[in-house]
Design a protein around this ligand. Structure first.
Ligand SMILES: NC(=O)c1ccc[n+]([C@@H]2O[C@H](COP(=O)([O-])OP(=O)(O)OC[C@H]3O[C@@H](n4cnc5c(N)ncnc54)[C@H](OP(=O)(O)O)[C@@H]3O)[C@@H](O)[C@H]2O)c1
Length: 330
């Protein structure tokens, strides 16, 4: 597995990370034993960058990772670069949220995450969503305090604007920005990718497989009633049909190359930018193994341009989130 080490990052990251969210919530039934096996296989494959958040499964995801780390002893802890996030507050079972960026909350959320993870230091700590009522300098000041006291190694922000990243980076180096980025979610191309390159900030691409839509193998009709994707505008009605046409074109691109759609979607991100690290999410070893080798495929500049043309950003139908999910996205 190639590693990526860019700008102010203190630890090399596997070029393909592991998104752990679906192991606790959002994409149907979960199985802790299966998730632990997937994490173990990830380490065998050199996938060392695990992504979590305090809100995934209301703490379940961090507890699950904490159990995995504990079972592997001190050696396993040093193998994993663990990223987690604070800032989204939801009532149990609810999707609607409020965003808390107050310095007191930053401190208490970090303590709670450390406890669930069973760790002394979080490798990368992100603000998950912004609340503009708290000046970003105050929030990042509180996050920087966590670095000073050794509770956190490096700082990150999720779904922020370039202007916020610049202000934050002036207070403390921001090692990573994490936002949605994939063939069908191209907002970061407007200016965020360039700002990250300029400031030495790694760009972590979440939902790089379009929450499985881009893979071409998701059976949307069989999603569980509570699957989050049922709420997403891109997955429903006329939008779904329009977006499926682009995914069909992606399949026609991938198949003659002996690649899966997922591998093309990940290779496209890696070949396009040296400072981007995708974190595909999966609960299953076969998908993990398939995704991990995507780092070995080299797409030419012409192939990258061909893929850009298959997914013109204006042609993608439907928003990324329902209205409630847009809260805190800059
Ligand atoms: N910062 C944020 O606000 C934010 C928001 C969303 C996500 N994230 C992070 O980003 C990570 C990744 O995003 P995501 O999980 O939303 O979306 P994703 O990685 O685009 O897609 C995950 C979905 O794709 C399926 N999948 C994975 N590999 C596949 C393959 N090779 N072939 C077919 N299907 C495959 C998974 O199935 P199975 O689960 O069944 O294996 C899952 O349903 C999350 O786990 C989370 O850590 C962050």
């Amino acid at each position: 597995m190639q590693k990526r080490l860019f700008g102010s990052l203190k630890t090399p990251l596997s070029a393909i990370g592991l998104g752990c969210m679906g192991m606790s919530e959002f994409y149907g039934a979960t199985d802790d034993a299966q998730s632990h096996s997937t994490m173990a296989r990830a380490l065998e494959l050199g996938v060392n960058f695990f992504d979590s958040a305090d809100i995934y499964g209301f703490g379940h995801n961090e507890t699950l990772i904490g159990q995995f780390l504990k079972a592997g002893g001190a050696a396993r802890r040093t193998q994993v670069v663990l990223a987690t996030k604070f800032g989204i507050v939801r009532a149990a079972g609810q999707y609607e949220r409020r965003i808390d960026n107050t310095p007191a909350y930053v401190q208490s959320a970090c303590e709670a995450s450390l406890k669930r993870l069973g760790m002394e230091t979080i490798d990368l700590y992100y603000c998950h969503r912004r609340n503009p009522d708290v000046p970003i300098e105050d929030m990042v000041g509180a996050m920087a305090q966590l670095v000073k006291t050794g509770k956190v190694r490096q700082l990150g922000l999720s779904e922020v604007s370039s202007a916020s990243l610049r202000k934050a980076n002036a207070v403390h180096p921001i090692a990573a920005v994490q936002s949605e980025y994939s063939l069908w979610a191209r907002d970061p191309e407007t200016d965020m990718l360039a700002t990250c390159a300029e400031l030495g900030t790694t760009f972590v691409a979440y939902s790089p497989l379009g929450r499985a839509f881009l893979t071409g193998v998701l059976d949307k009709a069989s999603l569980a009633a509570n699957d989050f994707r049922n709420m997403l505008p891109r997955f429903s009605g006329k939008a779904e049909a329009a977006n499926q046409a682009m995914v069909d074109a992606l399949s026609r691109f991938a198949q003659p190359k002996g690649m899966t759609n997922a591998q093309v979607a990940l290779a496209w991100l890696l070949c396009k930018h040296p400072h981007v690290v995708p974190i595909p999410g999966t609960r299953r070893i076969p998908y993990l193994e398939q995704n991990a080798v995507a780092a070995d495929f080299a797409l030419s500049a012409a192939e990258v341009a061909e893929l850009d043309a298959i997914f013109p950003p204006d042609a993608v139908e439907g928003g990324r989130y329902p209205e409630a999910g847009m809260v805190g996205i800059e």
